[in-house]
Design a protein around this ligand. Structure first.
Ligand code: BJ8
Length: 426
């Protein structure tokens, strides 16, 4: 059987709507070459990440099904607060399921209110209309009480798949730390029950090492983006982060380290993907799930470069390591709780740490401005923009606020606004 026939059979066995799924893949195949392969002088190691996209619903899904055939479990997640460490420790595989495509939004709008963030509508649409083989491979979905939209969505999704919800506090005091630790304990029990594997200090130490190694590789790559000329485009760096959510952890870490090594070499030799005088910008705000490349593509097509993302598909995913020195299960769980509570999502209040981080990222990457990216109807990020903009103004850093609903209809307007912003900061 050739690979195409094998894939079709696999998708049918997973219960996918195969015809619409083929339309989805064809759409992806039609935009990817324009957005990605048209870039010049990319680091050679990007070939691996291109191949992952080329086989986006093929090879990796097959690996997951083989894992399940050996008795393993697959756990779907939607937020960087869900600790991968525990999932790895139980021998399960975490898969990030956030939706970055407009394709499935009409399917979700048949059930959900339209005035809801596109990221939620996108992933719900994928589930309702059986368009995502990753969703259909999951044995459990882990949601969290971050924003109101997600919180209520888990109740609806629970009619379609088993869901475990983690209560994420929105403040970082002692009481909230205790609550968060108890949520981590509850998740551990649920994962142990699902997998039939007890999490021990040894297996959890392994899970912590796996998660940290991935973070370290991504941080190493990120460090090279502080240099001028820039060794890797923002679009490529974004793609790598997006793939982090579903690729095999060990292989991914190895490939990112190879890529980072090539970028370090480029920095040493003064080789860049664009000239050193291209305006440098930082993006801050909502995550950009695959295949959401719109903003990066518009900005980099206009001659600027994106040198960092203060997002969950950027620094929030890989900053802060979990302490590897703890030896008892309880201490390891505390270390995990501490590590995750350092992350600054806009659902926290107050959230001074996030504002400081944005300024610090813009300064340390020598950026001329910040593009604040909020998804439509994402109240926390939309509202936090008010204070971020004021803090950036006080720091002398210009900001452009962009709101996105995943549609392509506003692309001309976005191009005009980005070009005007670039003129303003020139
Ligand atoms: S830690 S950013 S991954 S919650 S964009 S669904 S917040 S309405 S994705 Fe997020 Fe975790 Fe925070 Fe990161 Fe709601 Fe906003 Fe939609 Fe969002």
């Amino acid at each position: 059987m050739d690979e195409r026939t094998e894939n079709l059979q696999m998708w049918r066995e997973l219960g996918l709507d195969v015809d619409r799924h083929c339309d989805l893949l064809n759409l992806l195949r039609s935009v990817y070459p324009d957005i990605y392969m048209s870039q010049e002088n990319r680091p050679p190691a990007m070939a691996y990440f291109d191949s992952v996209v080329a086989e986006i619903h093929g090879d990796r899904v097959r690996e997951l099904l083989e894992h399940k055939a050996r008795g393993g479990k697959v756990i779907g997640t939607f937020c960087v607060y869900v600790p991968d460490e525990l999932i790895y420790a139980a021998g399960a595989v975490p898969i990030g399921l956030c939706g970055g495509a407009q394709f499935s939004i009409p399917d979700a709008e048949a059930v959900l209110p339209r005035n809801l963030c596109p990221l939620i509508k996108s992933f719900v649409g994928f589930k309702l209309s059986k368009l995502c083989p990753y969703f259909e491979s999951c044995d459990l979905l882990v949601g969290e009480t971050t924003c109101d939209g997600k919180k209520k969505t888990w109740e609806i999704l629970a009619d379609y798949a088993p869901v475990h919800v983690m209560e994420l506090p929105h403040r970082k005091g002692e009481m909230e730390r205790e609550l968060w630790l108890s949520e981590i304990r509850a998740l551990r029990s649920r994962i142990e029950e699902l997998t039939g594997n007890a999490i021990t200090p040894e297996t959890l130490a392994g899970g912590i090492r796996t998660a940290n190694a991935k973070r370290l590789a991504l941080s190493r790559l990120h460090e090279t983006r502080r240099s001028s000329p820039l060794p890797i485009s923002g679009k490529d760096a974004l793609l790598v982060s997006q793939i982090a959510f579903y690729d095999d952890a060990e292989r991914f870490t190895k490939m990112v380290n190879t890529l980072a090594e090539q970028c370090e070499q480029r920095v040493a030799e003064g080789v860049g993907v664009v000239s050193a005088d291209a305006p440098r910008l930082v993006v801050s705000g909502c995550p950009m799930a695959i295949p959401n490349w719109k903003l990066h593509h518009v900005v980099e097509s206009a001659g600027a470069v994106i040198v960092g993302e203060e997002t969950c598909t950027g620094t929030r995913y890989f900053e802060n390591l979990t302490d590897e020195t703890r030896t008892t299960l309880e201490d390891q769980m505390k270390a995990i709780a501490d590590r995750y509570l350092k992350t600054n999502c806009a659902c926290f209040t107050p959230n001074e740490g996030r504002i400081e981080q944005i300024i610090q990222l813009a300064r340390s990457t020598n950026s001329k401005g910040v593009v604040y990216y909020s998804l439509q109807f994402c109240h926390t990020y939309n509202l936090e923009a008010v204070r971020v903009e004021k803090a950036l103004r006080d720091a002398g850093i210009p900001m452009l606020k962009v709101e996105d609903d995943y549609s392509m209809e506003d692309i001309g307007q976005l191009q005009t606004r980005v070009e005007a912003f670039l003129e303003q900061i020139a």
